[in-house]
Design a protein around this ligand. Sequence first.
Ligand code: ZN
Ligand code: ZN
Length: 171
Amino acid sequence: MNKAVIDVRDIIDDIGAEEEFSFEEKFSPIKTETTNIEFVEPVKFDIKAQNTGSGIRIKGHIRSALKLVCSRCLNEFSFPVDWAIDEIFYKPPAPEEEAYTMKDSTIDLGLPTDEEFVLAIPMKPLCKEACGGICPICGEPITGKHKPHEEVKIDARLEVLKKLLEDQEQK
Ligand SMILES: [Zn+2]
Ligand SMILES: [Zn+2]
């Protein structure tokens, strides 16, 4: 679990007061049930904190990029995430169970950022929208470098595989 703590003691007693925070934090990979998701770069926080009375409203951008594997060509690629955050972190007790809370005068944006970044990952990540996938003949990714195979007849088994791949794409 990552940590990114800001201290809002300067505005905590002053309803309406605002403070800006701009910093970077190196995040460790996020562990999910199936995999570890690595960050390609530090997480950049550009946020404004505002005292709302019942808590602190955090508004702004939290940005980084995740290392994902393309679902078509299986290459790793960098997937940028920009969380336009607008959330209230309540002084305890929270008004509802799932609400974010603050601790004394501090707010930890680490876990919310982990969660939001995982949610941003598409079901079928693509290195690019037009990713050609993997060639059924040679097994190489179909990129600009891949030359069409001349005079190669796709035999029946590959035809089946091709059909399977196409069916998968459509799901
Ligand atoms: Zn790809
Ligand atoms: Zn090929």
